[in-house]
Ligand binder design. Structure first.
Ligand code: PRT
Ligand code: ZN
Length: 213
């Protein structure tokens, strides 16, 4: 049987365009036009799985996919048994704590005793622990920016790229918790499969050339 490498990528969203561009620069042409969940490119021995980004670390851990392309923020938050083998440079953002525009920020202890709304409870909890800050985490899965105006939390911790969303919600950044970019994750057993590993090494070589160009 012919070996193929299973690559999990985001089906649609902020990682999609950068992922397809990188794969194309690696000589892997993707046709996602007909809404398939699995696609086999004709020009590389791989299979592309289109998934929600949140599910990618688990799929890679469970060996449903051998490797995946996802944000470091999701890798850290999901805490699955996978390793980041390469940072890919696109979808850069920061996980930042933001406060109402009208407040005067005075250092990270400013958030002591407050409620922080976030979709990244694990990362934020670790940050609070490491910095001896006693704040309450209020987990929400989306539209985190409206939490302060709804009164469910004083502050938020969310991904920021341009800062426009914060501005629109009358918030401002106080400090960064984590810097993120897209990354290639692998299942630790891939290297034990000689044929898959050979395809992975070929893929990594192509990625390096693409990132250098
Ligand atoms: O459907 P699926 O679950 O796959 O996608 P998703 O909606 O969970 O994620 P998506 O597509 O929004 O983001 C995928 C990944 O892109 C994230 O996990 C990050 O690694 C990365 N990324 C880069 C961002 C941003 N920049 C970003 N700005 N993810 C989200 N945002 C959001 C942020 O949450 C906030 O609502 O954009 C808003 C802020 O943007 P600015 O430009 O106004 O600051
Ligand atoms: Zn998601």
């Amino acid at each position: 049987m012919q070996s193929i490498l299973r690559i999990a990528i985001q089906k649609s969203g902020r990682l999609f365009e950068g992922t397809v561009k990188l794969l194309s620069e690696c000589g892997i042409t993707i046709d996602s036009s007909n809404n398939r969940l699995i696609f086999q490119p004709s020009n590389f021995p791989c299979e592309i799985l289109f998934l929600r980004d949140d599910d990618i670390p688990k799929y890679v851990e469970d060996q449903v996919a051998d490797i995946g392309i996802v944000g470091e923020n999701v890798v850290l938050e999901k805490n699955k048994n996978v390793s980041i083998i390469k940072k890919l440079g696109f979808a850069r953002c920061r996980l930042s704590v933001a406060i109402p525009k009208s407040e005067v920020y005075s250092g990270i202890n400013y958030i002591n005793g407050k409620r922080i709304a976030t979709s990244y409870p694990r990362i934020v909890e670790k940050f609070l622990r490491d910095n001896n800050i006693n704040a309450e985490i209020h987990e929400i899965s989306g539209s985190v920016e409206i939490a302060p105006s709804l009164g469910v939390a004083e502050y938020i911790c969310d991904l920021v790229s341009t800062g426009n969303t914060l501005k629109l919600n009358k918030l401002k950044k106080s400090f960064d918790v984590f810097e993120s970019q897209s990354a290639l994750i692998v299942n630790k057993d891939v290297e034990n499969d000689e044929r898959k590993n050979a395809i992975l090494q070929n893929f990594l070589f192509r990625i390096d050339s693409a990132l250098k160009a």
